[in-house]
Design a protein around this ligand. Structure first.
Ligand code: IPD
Ligand code: CA
Ligand code: CA
Length: 266
């Protein structure tokens, strides 16, 4: 049975507060599209508003901790070590287009170590969370990565680079290698949930480039605590600094890495 630590409860309270606001804003996005108001500002208001709520709540509960915020930049820790890494709305493009697949992602770090992670999907009301050494959970159920060990049975998630992002050719080569040997590739549009779904055994693996620490930190500990492997695409450990990631169940990890390596040799 899942026992939430006080820290996880603090993170959950902050995320749930922001989730209520995001859901209200999400319903208005649809109205705004009908009324032809430019949605870009609105969405950035949703991002900033959610981040403000999360920050206030966490600051109140743990006044000495610092922040790495997608919208608000970095605030040093008063205790010199502990800081929250926050994406207040992961999946902005989905949100903007009225697609109900987005999340709030909060991690707690000390130096380079991730101590806890929480990802809340407000629409499906799924709360993914993990604390170091304590296991990973969705709501009150323990998470476990899948056990599929043949590429032909596996479904992989990825992110496709878009306008203004580098790596279009690299992505096409990688997708070509994976699609040729697997049961399929999905692009759902929220990196944090892609990782949460690997932890839940829904996806067997996930790779993407060009991400930021706030897209990844919470998901990394959730996958690891669910028994999965997480590295950079070439096997390195600097996912948060470099922004590229390969996460998978332990059975398929070497075959997935090998397929992506073949793509790099082309
Ligand atoms: C984005 C999502 C998306 C990924 C993008 C990210 P945002 O985050 O996680 O899945 O492909 O590269 O930037 O901008 O919606 O917070
Ligand atoms: Ca994001
Ligand atoms: Ca975001």
């Amino acid at each position: 049975m899942a026992r939430k630590t006080p820290l996880i409860t603090v993170m959950e309270n902050a995320a749930r507060k922001a989730a209520r606001k995001l859901l209200r804003d999400f319903n208005e996005v649809e109205n705004l599209q009908v009324s032809r108001k430019g949605p870009a500002d609105f969405v950035s208001n949703a991002d900033v508003g959610a981040e403000k709520l999360i920050r206030e709540e966490l600051e109140y509960a743990r006044p000495d901790f610092g922040f790495k915020l997608e919208e608000g930049g970095e605030i040093p820790a008063k205790d010199g070590k502990s800081y929250w890494v926050i994406d207040p709305l992961d999946g902005t493009t989905n949100f903007l287009h009225g697609m109900p697949h987005f999340a709030i992602s909060i991690a707690l770090m000390e130096g380079k170590e991730i101590l806890a992670g929480l990802i809340l999907d407000p629409v499906k009301d799924e709360l993914f969370w993990a604390a170091k050494g304590e296991g990973a959970f969705v709501n009150n159920q323990r998470l476990r990565v899948s056990g599929r060990n043949r590429m032909a049975d596996c479904v992989f998630a990825t992110g496709i680079p878009f306008l203004g992002k580098p790596g279009h050719e690299t992505f096409l080569r990688e997708a070509h290698e994976i699609m040729a040997v697997s049961a399929g590739i999905r692009r759902f549009g929220a990196a944090s949930l892609d990782l949460a779904y690997v932890a839940a055994g829904r996806f067997d693996g996930y790779w993407e480039r060009g991400l930021s620490a706030w897209d990844l930190a919470a998901g990394i500990i959730i996958v690891r605590e669910a028994g999965g492997f997480v590295t950079q695409i070439d096997g390195g450990e600097r996912m948060l600094e470099k922004g590229d990631i390969l996460a998978s169940n332990s059975e398929i990890n070497s075959q997935m890495s090998e397929a992506l390596r073949r793509a790099r040799k082309k």
